[in-house]
Design a protein around this ligand. Sequence first.
Ligand code: HEM
Length: 534
Amino acid sequence: MSDPGPDIPIATPAMTAARAQEIASSFDLRNLPADFNANPYPVYDLLRASEPVRAMPDGSWFLTRYEDLVAVYRDARTFSSDKKIEFAPKYLHRPWEPDADPSHAAPLFAHHTTSLVFNDPPLHTRVRKLIMGALTRRAIRDMEPGLITLVDRLLDDIGAAGSGDLIADYASAIPVEIIGNLLAVPHADRGPLRGWSLAILGALEPALSPEQEALGNRSVAEFLAYLEQLVADRRKHPGDPQQDVLTRLIQGESDDAGGSRLSERELLHNCIFILNAGHETTTNLIGNALVALQECPDAKDALLQRLTHYRDDAATLEGYLDSAVDEFLRFESSNQLGNRRATVACTIGGVHLPAGALVTLCIGAANRDPAQFDAPDRLDLWRRDNRHLAFGFGIHQCAGLSLARLEGRIAIGRFLARYPNYRLTAQPVRGGRARFRGFLSAPFSAAPRLPLRQMGPLPAAADSPDHIQRRAMPVCHVIHPTYRTSNGHYNTSPSRACANCARSHNASVLELWRSNKVCTSGSSGVCAGSTSKT
Ligand code: HEM
């Protein structure tokens, strides 16, 4: 991390080697000091190097190596996501009884053990299929114009005030609307969603106070009561199942075994999960990115230079922003921990685990593993082969990852383009949690806008690297300026001559774009026709 300069409040203070060693030597996930939450990475480094599969005082195991996490994610049979056994002592304060009905249990237990993410197939497969059907590339692309309007409105409000809070006034205001739209929750009802979400997800922390537990239980009960009404109303007035995930879940679908649908309980709890899953994670992606850029001025300058240089080339800019968003996700992963239970005795990272072993997957540590990432502590926005695990991996890999990336690209890109000189005006306040990494508040000043030209030219060697170019859709020059405008809209107006092949492309080029193909132009000046973009 480069020196942010004297005026920038430090959100991620350095940790001395001695202090990191002290925390690592008695590492206990249920008892983490505040300075660890501020900067856990030196401790993760020590654990990864010395004991990558570390026994915890409570008998569980803590994994920090990238390759070990991938091995666990890959083997969903050996490593179960079903949390009934694990959560019974946490929320029911007694061991799980196999014949018990989860719907009669404490609300937090009933909720977390019914959501798809904490289940194995077949329930997991059934719910995931339904959700994925409403999160197609097309459905997500259709959300883009509304997202841009929302973001621009927030940016206008910030401009009028001249300052604000990165989290309250911006990062958290975006996902609540986008996820609310996904389930078509009426705008007037969205107020309590974030509070419920924070309380329910907060109850997943490794250590839970009685107050947090009570708030979590109350939040599930209130959320359920609200959704029961919403579902009853949606049954009477169904929406478009191609866009409305709630209608899709209500309508369910037949499976090969003879037409089972989600039960009412499964339906309600999975709605709660979707509303929660896309909330804090995406808020933290946007907030963490905008704070990280303050701490890494070189990276910020590099991104601003691309924003300036490619402001009329939406596709290349999109490539750069996509690459940056993935790096923000790797660098400060919003979701730092995942969990699995070994169904049989097995070996991971050379360590024997007994059947029933509880395993914590430290995504934050794996994403800084030097065996997988060059210079992992550097925010390298154009990093190649950035196969980070911020969205998990395997059968439970985040179902909303394309939506999250879209939100990140639009929110971060448009904020920087509007307020390139923003600066933090006070110390950002961290959420103080081990699992979800983000800020509760980050006061900032929007600062007057510099004309973009004053930001300096691109360094001569900064031609877009291949992996950025590949991500940018159009290769044929005619596609970008004619068919995709800088605000993300498709322009279907008549064709323009291709800058390379001089042929006129019209609607069929748009079709090539949509079908994930691009037109390539040969250097001879003859259009080489269409080819798959990958
Ligand atoms: C930056 C934002 C996000 C991050 C970092 C993130 C992270 C994750 C991770 C790590 C998992 C895997 C959990 C596991 O394997 O145990 C997951 C699952 C999931 N996420 Fe996300 N998520 C984000 C945004 C979203 C959004 C916007 C949605 C909205 C639709 C969403 C919906 C889901 C769902 C439904 C699952 C469960 C998938 C399954 O079990 O098959 N996520 N997410």
